[in-house]
Ligand binder design. Structure first.
Ligand SMILES: *[C@@H]1O[C@H](CO)[C@@H](O)[C@H](O)[C@H]1NC(C)=O
Ligand SMILES: *[C@@H]1O[C@H](CO)[C@@H](O)[C@H](O)[C@H]1NC(C)=O
Ligand SMILES: *[C@@H]1O[C@H](CO)[C@@H](O)[C@H](O)[C@H]1NC(C)=O
Length: 415
């Protein structure tokens, strides 16, 4: 906890510093928006050595009303509120989704046929581009040291009553996927959801997996069990995702941002703007053969092309990678770097600094107006993993927040 918070504070002060060097405007803007924050706990989930929980929690505690979300941070804690290290409970991912639900129909979220009916339940997606990645926020093991702050005067607008359909209410869903690796015979293998370690040959719905599927989410679904050293004993325990939301009441002085998430496995070709196939996970199938020591030859580099529907200014960027990841970037059509995000690996045992795990990702907070994506511009998305060993179930996501307007300086000078 102390580490995670320290990391956040550090990045935050760098951010403030960076913003304050070229002009004082940013700092004035900074003081313009009053925020509040609150700490919530997810419903309880219980894990024992090797076990997996992957649950969706509907109608979670969340600030209500017409607001701008400014920050969303999370970590796994136990019943006493003690932060749990990743080498005990690996936080594979958490995801936060927004939806509208009909007020006069009870329990829509818990009844599949009611929930699949658009007259009762409407997912409110981010702005693109993968159909299966509709979340507003979502990180994994890196969550403790990854800043999520949206700089002033921007915010993620939610709860606008003019947008909630009549008879509906806006709510939030949280998905938490956690793996208890205490006593695991192969901690990395369990976190990478290797099918042999879970003894899984069929998916959650009983469909046989293909023989070339070696690992990934299909093998570590809810209540699966990873292999634990024989005789290893440790108590099952109750855990929670503790999440901190910072927000401001919506006002005209806040500028809305769009959320875009890119997936390195997306096979979009640029020919048909709707053809997105985002597999979410991929693998490093073969370890490289080291023949010389010329440095970067054991790198698995993937690239694909991505596009956003409108032009805009990038105000935040971050990638999501798993262990083995060594960096990701978005480049403009002319090759300029839009954002580069590099994993921070832990070095010890302590919470927030667990060796072998990605405990944070570097983020981008471009100077206002300095990074613009042009109308119709095709970007290149790049994700690098070390290929010194094989990996299954790895990911390459890139989140950016994009604003279509720059702040109007005079507006803030007078406030
Ligand atoms: C969907 O829900 C509406 C309103 O409750 C209902 O009138 C309609 O028949 C439902 N549609 C289906 C396909 O179940
Ligand atoms: C693996 O699963 C099979 C059935 O799916 C079962 O027969 C076998 O005992 C399991 N092996 C272990 C080590 O649990
Ligand atoms: C990814 O690796 C390639 C070399 O394989 C390198 O040119 C590129 O700069 C790397 N990108 C990032 C974001 O680290």
């Amino acid at each position: 906890m102390a580490h995670g918070f320290g990391g956040w504070l550090l990045s935050f002060s760098i951010l403030v510093l960076a913003l304050s060097i070229p002009c004082s405007l940013s700092l004035r803007i900074k003081s313009g928006i009053k925020t509040r924050s609150a700490v919530f706990l997810s419903p309880e989930f219980e894990l024992g050595p090797g076990s997996v929980e992957n649950r969706n929690y509907y109608n979670i505690d969340f600030p209500r009303g017409h607001i701008a979300i400014k920050r969303f941070d999370a970590e796994v804690v136990d019943e006493a509120g003690r932060p749990i290290p990743l080498h005990e409970t690996y936080l594979h991912h958490w995801v936060v989704m927004r939806y509208y639900v009909r007020k006069d129909v009870p329990n829509v979220e818990y009844d599949a046929s009611l929930k699949n009916n658009q007259s009762n339940f409407v997912r409110v997606r981010n702005n693109g581009v993968c159909k299966n990645l509709g979340q507003y926020y979502g990180l994994g093991s890196e969550t403790r040291k990854t800043p999520t702050y949206v700089p002033d005067p921007y915010g993620i607008e939610v709860g606008n009553p003019a947008q909630v359909p009549d008879g509906f209410e806006e709510r939030w869903m949280l998905n938490v996927h956690a793996i208890d690796t205490r006593g695991a015979v192969d901690k990395l293998g369990c976190t990478e959801c290797r099918c042999d370690l879970y003894n899984i040959t069929k998916d959650e719905y009983g469909r046989p997996l293909t023989s070339d599927y070696r690992g990934g989410l299909l093998c570590c679904y809810d209540h699966t069990q990873c292999k634990v050293t024989e005789g290893f004993q440790s108590a099952r325990r109750s855990l929670y995702l503790k999440y901190t939301v910072e927000w401001a009441d919506w006002s005209d002085s806040i500028l809305p941002v769009q959320i875009y998430i890119f997936d390195i496995t997306d096979t979009w070709t640029g020919l048909d703007s709707d053809e997105h196939h985002c597999k979410v996970e991929y693998e490093v199938a073969e370890a490289c053969k080291v023949t010389s020591v010329t440095g970067n030859e054991c790198v698995d580099t993937r690239r694909n092309r991505v596009r956003i529907p409108t032009e805009g200014y990038v105000i935040y960027g971050v990638a999501h990678q798993h262990t083995g990841g060594i960096g990701a970037a978005l480049y403009g059509e002319d090759g300029r770097v839009i954002c580069s995000s590099i994993p921070i690996y832990g070095k010890g045992e302590e919470v927030g600094d667990e060796a072998g795990y990605i405990v944070g990702m570097t983020t981008c907070y471009p100077q206002a107006g300095s990074v613009k994506i042009l109308d119709g511009e095709t970007l290149v998305h790049e994700s690098n993993y070390s290929s010194t060993q094989t990996h299954t179930g790895i990911m390459g996501l890139f989140y950016i927040l994009v604003a279509d307007k720059l702040p109007n300086p005079t507006l803030f000078m007078h406030s």
